[in-house]
Design a protein. Structure first.
Length: 240
């Protein structure tokens, strides 16, 4: 399988080489990933496309340090993610990697402002810095006038925008989004993908998305198709 080419003079944010992930189910070994090798190019949108059970979310979890590979290597900015301690992985996710989930994962009793502010509290920012950045990212995602609403007062698309703002707030170099359009109708979902592309350019952030939605491919710079734990296809955007 050919590896994705990074932009000239720019090293990839993520390099994955021969990644295998095996789970035990009783006495049976189940190989979820079977030797995946690919790059996530810097300040581009990379798609891991596949049906449910294909292994795409497993791969995303490994890249984000939420799980560890059975064998092979995953390097983030040259650092071996699989060799990091739990404390190092926690710092990585708090400051350098943003996570967006299909189910939004917002605290229901917190307003949009408070949900984003909490991420910055955990990252250790002071009150003045937090306030400035929370307002900035909520404005970026189009929610300046909705920042004091709680999740139940927001539409699904607005809730996902809050979760994107939360992921973006600590100035990460990479955002992982696991099926970010899965809970949304097609029109709202495509609006979320367009938002990712705009933020990628305005915030100089790399975006890596898992999806089963073929329509999302039109927005990606590189798409890897995963079937039964293997990369079976690669599409590179050629229109710049």
């Amino acid at each position: 399988m050919a590896e994705a080419a990074a932009s000239p003079g720019m090293t990839p944010v993520i390099t994955a080489r021969d990644v295998v992930k095996t789970y035990r189910r009783g006495s049976t070994a189940v190989e979820a990933l079977k030797g995946l090798s690919f790059d996530v190019p810097r300040q581009r949108m990379t798609l891991l496309k596949g049906r449910s059970g294909s292994g795409k979310t497993t791969m995303l979890n490994l890249m984000a340090g939420l799980d560890r590979p059975t064998s092979g290597s995953i390097r983030f900015e040259g650092r071996d993610v699989g060799a990091m301690s739990d404390a190092e992985l926690t710092r990585l996710r708090r400051r350098e990697i943003g996570l967006v989930f299909q189910t939004f994962a917002l605290l229901p009793t917190y307003s949009a402002y408070e949900n984003v502010d909490l991420a910055l509290r955990i990252a250790g920012l002071g009150a003045r810095q937090r306030d400035r950045r929370v307002r900035e990212v909520l404005s970026l995602v189009g929610l300046a006038k909705r920042m004091h609403h709680r999740p139940f007062e927001l539409s699904g698309g607005e809730q996902q925008r809050v979760s994107i703002a939360r992921a973006l707030a600590p100035h990460p170099s990479l955002i992982f989004a696991d099926e970010p359009t899965g809970e949304l109708d097609s029109t709202t979902g495509l609006g979320i993908v367009r938002l990712f592309r705009r933020l990628m350019e305005e915030e100089s952030v790399t975006v890596c998305i898992t999806t089963h939605d073929a329509a999302v491919m039109a927005f990606a710079d590189v798409t890897y198709e995963i079937v039964d734990g293997r990369i079976v296809g690669e599409v590179q955007r050629t229109d710049g």
